[in-house]
Design a protein around this ligand. Structure first.
Ligand code: ADP
Ligand code: MG
Length: 341
């Protein structure tokens, strides 16, 4: 049985639907390291739902391959290829990848550099320590300050050179690399949502590893209730529930992809200034229509102290929920309006 609706930031642990009509749902595995669910609450025919969900899966697969920094695929030049060619010649890339790279570079400016896809050299050090810790927890260690500082010298966004006219891109430093973990998934989800909207779909929900995108509303005009996880590992209930429609909801939290060293947990969202896991919040949720923006901002707002984070959310007109390490919740007024008692 498929879960009825996504819990934001908590794939797999879902709320029951608040209506009796059974939605149609389909799960796909293997994209973006997570499970992808497509739901139809609109009552489309089985054939139409099957066609639409298959195309969503196809799009996610294509973007997954293009954005993969760990594997290359026969006949495809992707971000892994771009990283391998760092310091060398520019590569001709799929136009969708050029568009995405421009978007990612734009998000650097939008977030004041907090979300930087050229942080790859630093992120790789943390990634390697996390993998090593998972293989051998008793010898878990964090990267040295020296290694982090050295890596940080190869993270300038200007090292990502894009020639949109020629359709080429290049990383100008052999020690630099791109990592799009902060926004690739959300961007791909938005492209899938775009396809569904062009198809005239209404009453669909995509949940790609907790990255939720609602297309339209339920047939009665109401939205969907989604639960936001409490980042406190001892919490017995969700932090809160919200009702949303025609928008995206993305959460970044300390409980994703972390490892422990001597009792301290290290998660995967890295503050560009300290080069350590950002320490301001337990989780951060963004609600805004564009899933790519929601994803990029869930990471960026997580890396900023409260006043700057709130100011950026306001300047960009997105709704957000900040859950602090002690459990305190702060939210934008628009976010408060989504709360479902
Ligand atoms: P999730 O992967 O759980 O959806 P995020 O959207 O917050 O979480 O993305 C976290 C990922 O983004 C990390 O695993 C890493 O690949 C990358 N990342 C971490 N910190 C930054 C940062 N400051 N700027 C850009 N990318 C980052
Ligand atoms: Mg993100």
């Amino acid at each position: 049985m498929l879960p009825a609706l996504a819990a934001c930031g908590m794939p797999g642990e879902q709320e029951a639907p608040s209506e009796s009509a059974e939605p149609k749902g389909k799960a796909y595995y293997g994209y973006f390291d997570t499970v992808s669910y497509v739901y139809d609450y609109a009552g489309d025919s089985a054939e139409r739902f099957s066609d639409r969900s298959a195309e969503v899966s196809h799009l996610l697969e294509e973007y997954h391959r293009l954005f993969d920094i760990y594997h290359e695929y026969a006949g495809l030049t992707n971000l892994c290829s771009l990283n391998k060619a760092a310091g060398g010649e520019a590569l001709e890339l799929d136009p969708r990848l050029i568009d995405f790279l421009q978007y990612a570079r734009g998000m650097y400016d939008t977030t004041g550099g907090e979300m930087n896809v050229m942080l790859g050299a630093v992120l790789r050090l943390w990634h390697d320590c996390r993998e090593a810790a998972s293989d051998d927890p008793s010898n878990a260690a964090i990267p040295t300050e020296e290694a982090l500082r050295e890596a940080a010298a190869h993270t300038d966004i200007a090292l990502l050179e894009i020639d949109a006219e020629k359709g080429t891109a290049r990383i100008a430093d052999p020690l630099a690399s791109i990592d799009v973990g902060a926004l690739g998934k959300g961007y791909a989800v938005e492209r899938a949502a775009e396809y569904l909207e062009q198809e005239g779909a209404f009453g669909y929900v995509l949940n790609i590893g907790g990255n939720i995108r609602c297309i339209g509303t339920r047939t009665d005009g109401s939205g969907w209730v989604t639960a936001i996880r409490d980042p406190d590992p001892d919490a017995e209930d969700y932090a809160l529930r919200i009702e949303i429609s025609d928008t995206s909801c993305v959460t970044s939290g300390v409980y994703e992809r972390f490892f422990s060293v001597n009792g301290t947990q290290y998660h995967h969202i890295i503050d560009k200034d300290t080069l350590f896991p950002a320490a301001y919040y337990g989780s951060l949720t963004v609600v805004t229509r564009d899933s790519g923006l929601a994803d990029a901002l869930s990471t960026a707002l997580f890396c900023l102290p409260w006043e700057e984070s709130a100011a950026l959310a306001e300047a960009l007109g997105v709704e957000a929920l900040w859950i602090f390490p002690d459990g305190e919740q702060r939210m934008t007024d628009g976010f408060a309006a989504f709360i479902h008692e």
